[in-house]
Design a binder for this molecule. Structure first.
Ligand SMILES: [Ca+2]
Length: 215
């Protein structure tokens, strides 16, 4: 699937002192990443990047009017999916994210992108809780499902679209999980949930973890 909007990291216009601090932080991060990979190779659990607003509790607005930390896209054409925080239906906390189909385009996704460097060569697991209402699916996919894909130069090089873990029809809160082995040249991981066709889907409490070696 092609994203219509993507976050762009920029360091232009940063004052020298801030730039120095950023370089120091980057150096620490690089050291931490090296440690993480070494730990993973030794069979210990590594720490993947922490997701932003994984439970959709933030009151701050994110890119293009989405919740903080999240981007959305749809197949094409006229707006066919709405992405909104829901205070009535939620798995934990005060809010979840609701995707509503309002048009004829075949799918709409909400997603977040994180650096993949520290997870190269490792297997990662994405888990979240899903609830659906009238999510009957279409020829592109069943109901609502998690997705996890490794990106290089803006293009997917490996993916798991979670079709065997889809929430379909009208279903209660259920934890869904998918895994992906991250290629050695992956630059970013894109993760989220997609609603295919009619109905509504709610998602809450995303968690990204590294699967311990040997599992
Ligand atoms: Ca929540």
């Amino acid at each position: 699937m092609a994203a219509s909007e993507r976050p762009v990291a920029a360091m232009t216009g940063v004052r020298p002192a801030v730039r120095f601090a950023a370089v120091a932080v980057a150096s620490c991060l690089l050291h931490a990443m090296t440690l993480d990979v070494a730990m993973a190779q030794a069979g210990e659990v590594s720490s993947p990047p922490i997701l932003i607003n994984a439970g959709f509790e933030s009151e701050r607005s994110g890119p293009a009017g989405n919740p903080e930390g999240w981007w959305s896209l749809q197949h094409a054409g006229d707006p066919s999916y709405k992405f909104e925080q829901d205070r009535e239906v939620r798995h934990s906390g005060d809010k979840s994210l609701r995707i509503s189909n309002i048009g004829r385009e075949p799918f709409g996704s909400i997603y977040q992108t994180v650096p993949a460097t520290m997870m190269r060569g490792l297997t990662v697991q994405l888990a979240a809780w899903l609830l659906t209402e009238g999510a009957s699916g279409n020829r592109f996919g069943k109901g609502a499902s998690l997705h996890l894909q490794a990106m290089k130069a803006g293009h997917p090089i490996a993916h798991n679209h979670g079709k065997d873990q889809a929430a379909t029809g009208t279903s209660d809160w259920t934890r869904r999980e998918i895994t992906l082995r991250v290629p050695a040249d992956a630059e970013q991981l894109e993760l989220g949930v997609t609603l295919f066709g009619p109905g509504k889907a709610w998602v809450d409490d995303f968690v990204l973890t590294v699967v311990p070696a040997g599992n």
